[in-house]
Design a protein around this ligand. Sequence first.
Ligand code: HSE
Length: 311
Amino acid sequence: MMQRKIKVKVPATSGNLGPGFDVLGIALSLYNELEMTLIPKNKKDRAGSVEFKIFGEGKDSLPRDEKNIIWQSAKKVFNRARFPLEKYNFKFQSLNRIPLSRGLGSSSAAILGGLLAANALLVNALDERDILSLASESEGHPDNVVPALVGGLTVAENGNKKISYIRLDPPGDLRAVVCVPEYELSTVKARSVLPKAVSFQDALFNIKRVSRFLSAIQSKNYEHLREAMEDKLHQPYRKKLVPGFDRVLEKGYQGGALGVALSGAGPSIFAFAKENNSAKVARNMEKGFLSAGYRSKSLVLELNKKGSIVI
Ligand code: HSE
């Protein structure tokens, strides 16, 4: 095989959307771009050369060698297809726009980037089901991995190493406002504060909200979103790790947001808004974090329909 270059683009995602813990997720118009170049080895080359050039988010902190999760993921595809890795050097270049450890699916985007780049090089040796099962092995959460792969609003579940999902077209008349605070929060830490069991009432509370959320989105009855995005399974436990949480929700609603919730495991906060007041919602949410003593940056994003693409 000659030198080959593959380029993939993977969107950010917001999981949970309030009550849909680990199930609901939506793809956003903010992208990481990854270029993978495969170079046939000369005899004198050292074994297993993998190099990364990283631009944007994580450029000073992410590993630039075999430890990078993009390579770990790509290797899974190569190994499954019995590709002779020892005959090649790999050069990666990533342009990261998705902030790290902020609840916007940066890990899932990295995992998918590696899987899809390797798969494209092997002329799609693996199908979508294989890609999803490898992604879930790598601890990609289905509420991030699935919308990042297929775009839109997804209802996904992970059982027996197999991800099943239903994809809905995202509402084109809504914008996502994502307010990203300056501080990070690891998903591991944000999961460690969750209870082992919840009450029947709390479970019922969330079932009602998820049902109402999906109906509100599909019927465009957006006035229901505020109540439909309430949650009792994770946000009440996590908000102590997210200073400003209540203030940001309040300010978001004052600015005209339709529904506001923690983005994934946090600490970013996600809001649905109409285009005409999305800028106000964005500013207000930043003020909410500021009143708790933290700076933040709001992004107004379209909802992504296409998911990941190989360019
Ligand atoms: N749904 C998962 C969680 C991860 O809330 O922990 C989302 O990024």
